[in-house]
Each structure stands twice: as structure tokens, then as C-alpha cells.
Design a protein. Structure first.
Length: 307
């Protein structure tokens, strides 16, 4: 089969021909129909996440996939060959950007016929991260206000929609055509971060979802109300800095969870849009990876099984 792999940190990704993996006990073999890239894939390739996710090389990139079950390993019940599924593999395992992938059976979610494989592949990490950050970590609820940075990105696009569904007021930062995207997804206020200072446009915010880090994270404390909450998926916040501003802050380390994934899949089935930047065949994985690394993607980059 074909697999999109790296042979070391900072090594250029390549498409290799490798053996089809075998499912072990408790695993299933999935014939991948679609998979998506995430910023995490770039960070893993560059070695930025080695302390958290040490990789064994050669390493097949990708954690988000959809497809059909090809075979089941020993001890697996409730799943059969041909079942439509969506899943997120552990970052240290990867394996999604290939023609076949081994996935623990307890990480599978059944894919409804009303959701395409391509849409499904764009959901697990981005939507799961948005949900975990907003509700499980920051406790966002109805009537509260949230500022979402990079509202036209993969995580931000889901966060806007989830927050609106929860009855929250939503402000988002964006630029270029991302402004219209964030507005279409439901943001009450969209701030053009290239031409406007977000600290002058919003105040007394209950929750900030930081997807940028750096100076953006530091300045976000200025817009939070007392006892507000900053949830960052970009970089661990400075606890002392947060305390000095009278707010709480936490780094959201997204964890694979089939129960959470099933919940966000229900939201998508009920009308949440999966924002897709582009859909390309697997043979174009190198170009797709470089586009992901550029930081200019509007939503998800999805690769289909056209190797």
C-alpha cells in the first residue's frame, strides 16, 4: 500500500510503498477512504512535540480518518467488515495518511450514511479540540461571551458553531476571506486582526479560545473579565501571568475519546458545517502538507484514497 511518511524529525515527508499492517488483538484494519491533515502533523514532523509525542521512525503521518472496516482483530466484538467508521488515532501511532490503517476498536465511531467520508475525515481532531476546550475545560454556557481566535481555521470554525449552539455570544478574529467565513458560521462580531486591535473591540469576555499563542495569547488577558478563562491549544499559558490578571488559564491537550467524537458527530449530523479548505487525492499529499504548514488553510485539508 501507499503511506505518507517521515523518516526522521525535520525530514521531508514522502510517499512510500509499504506492507499492509495487520490488526492486533482489540484492533481493526480500516480501508481509509479519506483522511485529513492537522497543524499537529506539522509540529510532529518538525520535532516540536517530541517531549509529548516521541515518534518511532519511519512514521506514517495523520490521525484523522474515515473509511470501512477491512478486518477485525482477536477479541473485537460489535464491528464487522464493511462497517463505515470514523476515528482518531493516537498522535504517537499516526497512520491515517495511508491506504490502510490499524485503529483500536474502542476509538471507532460508526459513520452515518448522511455524512460523507470526506466530511467525516475533517471532524475528529478539530471538532474534538474545540468541544473539549470550550465545554470540558472552560465551561462555556448560554449567555456567556467567548472570543475565538482564528475563527476561519479548523478548530475555530467548529468552535464558532458549537458556541452559538450553546447560546453563547461569539466574537472571532479573522482576516481576508476568513472574515466572511466567520460571519457565515455565526460569529456575532468578527475582528479583522490585520487592521484592528481586538483588545479595543471586545471587553469583559468570559472565555478566550487561544489558537495562536505568543503575543496574541498575552494580549488576550486584557479582554477577559475578572474570573474569566483562557483556554489555549497553541501554547501552555503562564500561570503567574494569568493570576496577576485575576483569571484562570489552561493548556488544552486534546485527547482521543470515542464518546466525545460521537457527540460532535451528532452535532455535524444536526447541521454543523465542516469547513474544508480543499480535497485532494493522496498522491498530492506533499503539496497538501506544505499548504498545511503555510498556516493559510481555511478549515480542513482532506486527502482521499487516490494514491
Amino acid at each position: 500500500m501507499k503511506a505518507f511518511r517521515i523518516h526522521g524529525y525535520a525530514a521531508d515527508p514522502v510517499i512510500d510503498t509499504v506492507d499492509v499492517p495487520r490488526p492486533g488483538a482489540g484492533d481493526v484494519l480500516v480501508r481509509v477512504v479519506a483522511a485529513s491533515l492537522n497543524p499537529l502533523d506539522v509540529k510532529l514532523q518538525r520535532g516540536y512535540m517530541e517531549a509529548f509525542f516521541p515518534l518511532t521512525f519511519p512514521y506514517t503521518l495523520g490521525s484523522d480518518l474515515s473509511g470501512t472496516i477491512e478486518a477485525v482483530g482477536d477479541g473485537v466484538s460489535g464491528w464487522s467488515a464493511g462497517d463505515r467508521v470514523v476515528a482518531r488515532t493516537a498522535p504517537t501511532s499516526g497512520g491515517a495518511l495511508a491506504e490502510f490503517a490499524v485503529v483500536p476498536a474502542d476509538q471507532l465511531v460508526r459513520l452515518r450514511d448522511t455524512i460523507s467520508f470526506e466530511r467525516a475525515a475533517g471532524i475528529p481532531t478539530a471538532a474534538g479540540t474545540a468541544w473539549q476546550a470550550l465545554f470540558e475545560v472552560a465551561g462555556l454556557g448560554a449567555g456567556r461571551t467567548v472570543l475565538i481566535h482564528a475563527g476561519a481555521g479548523g478548530v475555530g470554525s467548529f468552535a464558532i458553531q458549537f458556541a452559538r449552539q450553546a447560546g453563547a455570544r461569539v466574537a472571532a478574529t479573522a482576516s481576508g476571506d476568513g472574515i466572511a467565513i466567520a460571519e457565515r458560521l455565526g460569529a456575532d462580531l468578527v475582528i479583522d486582526y490585520r487592521n484592528q486591535d481586538f483588545t479595543k473591540r471586545v471587553s469583559d469576555v468570559d472565555v478566550v479560545l487561544d489558537t495562536i499563542g505568543g503575543d496574541t495569547q498575552a494580549r488576550s488577558y486584557e479582554v477577559l473579565r475578572a474570573d474569566g478563562f483562557l483556554a489555549s491549544i497553541a501554547a501552555p499559558p503562564d500561570g503567574a501571568f494569568a493570576k496577576a490578571h485575576g483569571v484562570e488559564a489552561a493548556f488544552v491537550f486534546h485527547s482521543s475519546d470515542a464518546v466525545r467524537l460521537a457527540a460532535v458527530m451528532d452535532k455535524v449530523a444536526a447541521g454543523v458545517e465542516v469547513l474544508v479548505d480543499r480535497t485532494v487525492p493522496g498522491r498530492d499529499a506533499v503539496a497538501a502538507f506544505h499548504h498545511q504548514a503555510s498556516g493559510r488553510a481555511r478549515g480542513k485539508i482532506v486527502l482521499t484514497n487516490g494514491w
